[in-house]
Ligand binder design. Structure first.
Ligand SMILES: Cc1cc2nc3c(=O)[nH]c(=O)nc-3n(C[C@H](O)[C@H](O)[C@H](O)COP(=O)(O)OP(=O)(O)OC[C@H]3O[C@@H](n4cnc5c(N)ncnc54)[C@H](O)[C@@H]3O)c2cc1C
Length: 392
């Protein structure tokens, strides 16, 4: 029996560990397009960008139980032959599988506007973090397109390095979609107090500069100038290599609670981590793809256990998804933390402190708490994880 895991990130790593933990003794191969063992991405917009960490600082420890895993680096999956049960890699190599696990994560979405091509950066992997850091160190002003978590974290890191920052975004407030307008406004004010200039509700018409980007022009006619531009406008799931079968690949791979892809006849494909879309049963039955650091571990564990169970018994393991999405974000000296799915709420209630300072904010939908977000209040937030698991 051979399990082929495509994507050598946190989700792929956790799936392999869980397979071995659940007693799977067959072959495990992990294919990754990067040249590295799985490493931790959150520092890429924080410590690694500010202080230049090495890949050795970021790599996850690999357990003894997966010492016999076969790793293929610097190669990526191009296509899948479901009938033959094989994946074609860019090198021309064909990897067969009995069970296939998609752990390919996401890539940054690219802004499709005309103008200069160079000095435009995005941030998803170690190489991009190194390139961005090198360029930032010589820069006086940075233009960041996008005001989500990554854009805001890069802004905070750049300010720490003494670089002037302008953030340009189409939304009305930073982190508007996951955290809503009121919390977003409070976060904008924290950034403004640190010197960041925001251009919100702005539509970008193009990049300025000849060869290298020297800023952006807006549809309003305004021009925002800088030495380099970072795009942080969201993500696209890496699923192209899975096309041509029966899988539902609209916004990631649709999977059931055992992380098995929902397809009429294909029981051998699973998906984990940022690339997977599934229902969070504690909240509702709508499948969602959520890019939080705890979910590659939760989904990897579930997939490994489900696959081992299926291979041993021939039966599908049915367990509800009881994972509570959680994330943190470090911006300046503030630690923003969340549990649940605040982005689906219709109102908020500040239950501790105030939005401008340290606080705990409950997010409600139809009067029921579906998320909680806090600033510098992690001890007060932690009990919510259990609470979501108990009350829902
Ligand atoms: C800069 C940054 C900061 C972050 N900060 C936070 C934070 O503060 N808090 C938080 O909760 N979350 C944060 N996250 C999100 C968190 O890191 C992700 O949720 C997590 O890394 C997802 O793990 P994954 O294994 O699903 O995907 P990834 O870690 O992206 O791994 C997928 C791997 O698959 C590879 N791959 C893609 N396509 C192919 C292919 N066709 N063939 C072979 N390999 C392929 C990719 O190169 C990659 O190595 C951050 C992410 C980034 C990028």
């Amino acid at each position: 029996m051979k399990v082929l895991i495509v994507g050598a990130g946190l989700a792929g790593l956790r799936t392999a560990e869980s397979l071995r933990g659940a007693g799977f003794a067959g072959e495990i191969t992990i294919v990754g397009e990067e040249p590295h063992f799985p490493y931790n991405r959150p520092p890429l917009s924080k410590d690694a960008l500010a202080n230049g960490l090495t890949i050795a600082d970021l790599e996850f420890k690999r357990r003894e139980s997966i010492a016999d895993v076969r790793w293929i680096f610097n190669d990526s999956a191009l296509s899948t032959n479901y009938a033959e049960r094989s994946v074609l890699l860019e090198s021309g190599r064909l990897e067969s599988f009995d069970i296939l696990v998609a752990a390919t994560g996401i890539r940054p979405r690219v802004l499709n506007v005309p103008g200069a091509e160079k000095s435009k950066f995005s941030l998803r992997n170690f190489t991009e973090a190194q390139e961005l850091r090198t360029s930032m160190l010589g820069a006086e002003k940075l233009v960041i397109v996008g005001a989500g978590f990554i854009g805001c974290e890069i802004a905070a890191t750049a300010r720490k390095l003494g670089i002037n920052v302008a953030v340009v975004a189409a939304d009305p407030e930073p982190m508007f979609r996951p955290l809503g307008a009121e919390f977003g406004r409070a976060m904008r004010e924290r950034h403004e107090a640190e010197g960041v200039k925001f251009h919100m509700d702005a539509k970008i018409a193009g990049y300025l500069g000849g060869d290298s980007a020297t800023g952006v022009s807006l549809e309003s006619g305004e021009e925002i100038l800088g030495d380099l531009v970072v795009e942080a406008i969201g993500s696209l799931p890496n699923t192209e290599w899975l096309a041509g079968g029966e899988l539902d690949l609209q916004d990631g791979v649709l999977v059931d609670s055992s992380m098995r892809a929902t397809a009429p006849s294909d029981l051998s494909v699973y998906a984990v981590g940022d690339v997977a879309r599934y229902a969070f049963d504690l909240f509702d039955s709508t499948p969602r793809r959520i890019e939080h650091w705890n979910l590659p571990t939760e989904t990897g564990r579930r997939a490994g256990k489900s696959i081992a169970h299926f291979l041993t018994t021939g039966e599908v393991l049915v367990e509800p998804v009881n994972f509570v999405p959680s994330f943190w974000s470090d911006q300046y000296e503030d630690n923003v933390q969340s549990f649940g799915i605040p982005g689906i709420a219709d109102s908020i209630n500040v239950v501790d402190g105030e939005l401008a300072g340290d606080c705990v904010v409950e997010y409600l939908r139809d009067g029921k708490v579906v998320g909680v977000v806090g600033v510098n209040t992690s001890a007060k937030l932690a009990p919510y994880r259990k609470r979501f698991q108990e009350i829902n």
